[in-house]
Design a protein around this ligand. Structure first.
Ligand code: ADP
Length: 556
């Protein structure tokens, strides 16, 4: 801007100097010209009056011949009688000169003749004298062009000097003019009171825009912070890449899942973050514009990767890579598959028995006396089948959280007592001494489920106990939790099985479990019920010494 103002000012100044010089020259020349003509006329009149009154023209004419005007005296026939600058005897007849002709006619005339070289011009003033001769005064001056040529170097010199002066002054003025604009504080322009009034709208606009920009930056920062918080707290890995596989953003989970060193990966190639060929393949597929979705092995976990292309103006401009740890899901799938296989197997065994016994009876291969025995066997297997189906239904409901029964405040000791009452026959059969110890914490739970839980634990404590053994239910409170443990001094469980007894259909001794009518689902149901109520289960056991299974519930 400064440069532009400076250049424009200089150009204007240069133009003004040239115009001024030319116009001044013309005006001065005009004034000088008119003055010359006036002087010539006044000299002419003076000389004419002297010649009209003097008796001796010759003497007067020789006296004034020193004037710097040319004086010519022309007789009525055009013969030159006198000329102060030339030998008049040699001069031609002047009768055809326009100023002479006019003077003879009108008594007075004037004329201007420019020389052919354009360098000079001559003013003529002619007067008719009393003796009918004509006096002609003439003065030669430079023409406009001539005058211009004569003084051109001086004009150029003056113009150059003035122009240099203008350059200096303009530079100084431009600096002073632009300084307040340059010094505007763009962050708070309104604090600059020294700025020109004309800039007020601009400053107002800058202030508004500053405000707008600040708001936009604030909003962008907010959004970025939100994005950061969301992505950093995601358990899923999220990586954004550009079309050159350069990382734009990678969240903490992604870095952890890829087992990379923690740090900033933005601006680095994906290869720095991971060299996993499956992931790189997926990204390349997405770069070709296709969606990629695959479960891969990633550092000992099952990971599902989704690579999606991001389009901009019809072209792939980046990739969104999503990493999902599906180990649990895969495990659950495996458990479900195993469960289905186990269910089929478990159902098949009693059904095969029932079918076998029935076939024997049908073919008359069972003697009449033995029919009740076979019928009892069929009944036992059918009961077992019913128990199994009931347990499967229960576990499925717990799996799906499909419990329609309401939760209420319940006393564990009351339920414990009920359970022991229900199991009275079994206790008596094995001569097991059962007792309940401790206070009765109140929990918020579904009574039927808690009954089922305690029933399963006590049933096991009887089934896997020695005749004449003991069963103790201990109730209490510990670290803000309700604690309920069922212990026995029965056959116990070997250490290697402890981790697995809560798995579905897991039995330490299959034949023992089967003989006692076990389904292998009892402890699994216990674990599910405890978890359904926000609790947990632990087991302590020693082979041939007994088992204690403890359930922890949140207090009501
Ligand atoms: P089951 O129907 O076979 O009893 P559970 O799921 O209730 O199935 O128990 C799983 C396995 O854990 C049992 O087969 C048994 O081997 C073992 N078990 C459970 N409770 C006890 C206990 N109190 N004492 C010894 N072993 C036990």
């Amino acid at each position: 801007m400064k440069k532009k103002i400076y250049l424009n000012s200089c150009l204007i100044a240069l133009f003004a100097i040239i115009i001024t010089c030319v116009l001044t020259l013309v005006v001065c020349y005009q004034a000088f010209d008119m003055q010359t003509q006036r002087d010539l006329k006044s000299d002419g009149k003076y000389v004419a009056s002297a010649l009209n009154n003097l008796s001796s023209n010759e003497e007067f004419l020789s006296t004034i011949s020193r004037l710097d005007s040319r004086i010519t005296l022309v007789a009525q026939d055009g013969t030159v009688l006198f000329d102060n600058e030339a030998d008049y005897s040699q001069m031609g007849n002047h009768i055809d000169r326009p100023e002479i002709i006019k003077a003879f006619q009108d008594g007075e005339s004037e004329d201007v003749r420019v020389s052919e070289t354009l360098g000079s011009q001559t003013f003529y003033y002619a007067l008719r004298l009393d003796d009918n001769s004509v006096l002609r005064m003439a003065k030669t001056t430079s023409s406009v062009f001539g005058a211009f040529v004569n003084i051109f170097p001086i004009i150029v010199l003056i113009a150059v000097v003035v122009f240099l002066l203008v350059l200096f002054v303009t530079r100084h003025l431009t600096r002073r003019l632009v300084a307040p604009i340059n010094n505007i504080d763009l962050h708070s322009p309104q604090s600059d009171s020294a700025v020109y009034d004309e800039l007020a709208p601009l400053i107002h606009r800058i202030t508004m825009q500053n405000k707008q920009i600040s708001e936009q930056i604030y909003q962008m920062q907010q959004r970025q912070a939100e994005f950061h918080i969301i992505t950093e707290n995601m358990t899923e890995g999220l990586i954004l890449l550009d079309q050159n596989m350069t990382v734009l953003s990678a969240n903490k989970s992604a870095i952890k899942m890829l087992d990379a060193m923690s740090g900033e990966y933005s601006g680095k190639n994906l290869i720095v973050l991971t060299r996993n060929l499956d992931i790189l393949d997926g990204v390349r597929t997405a770069l070709s514009g296709r969606h990629h979705d695959r479960v891969i092995d990633l550092n000992g976990t099952k990971c599902q990767i989704f690579a999606n292309p991001v389009y901009e103006a019809g072209k792939v401009s980046g990739i969104v890579l999503f990493l999902l740890d599906v180990s649990e899901r895969e495990k659950a799938e495996a458990i479900r598959r195993e469960f289905s296989a186990n269910v089929s197997h478990e159902l098949k065994t009693p059904l095969t028995s029932i079918s076998g016994y029935a076939e024997l009876m049908e073919n008359g291969m069972v003697q009449k006396n033995d029919i009740p025995v076979f019928a009892a066997k069929i009944h036992k297997e059918a009961t077992r089948l019913i128990t199994l189906v009931q347990d499967i239904i229960k576990i499925s409901q717990l799996d799906e959280n499909d419990i329609s029964l309401p939760k209420e405040k319940i006393s564990l000791s009351k339920i414990a007592k009920n359970v022991l009452d229900t199991l009275e026959t079994q206790l008596k059969e094995k001569n097991i001494h059962a007792s309940i110890e401790g206070s009765a914490p109140i929990i918020h739970a579904v009574p039927q489920l808690i009954h089922e839980l305690l029933f399963n634990l006590c049933d096991n404590a009887i089934k896997y106990n020695n005749p004449g053994g003991s069963l103790t239910i201990r109730l209490g409170q510990q670290n803000g939790e309700a604690v309920c443990s069922v212990s026995d001094d029965g056959i116990g469980i070997e250490q290697e099985h402890l981790d697995r007894i809560f798995e579905r259909f897991y039995r330490v001794d299959k034949s023992h479990s089967r003989a006692t009518g076990g389904t292998g689902l009892g402890l699994s149901i216990v674990k599910h019920i405890a978890e359904y109520h926000g609790g947990r289960v632990t087991v302590q056991s020693r082979k041939n010494a007994g088992t204690m299974i403890t359930v922890y519930f949140p207090l009501a």
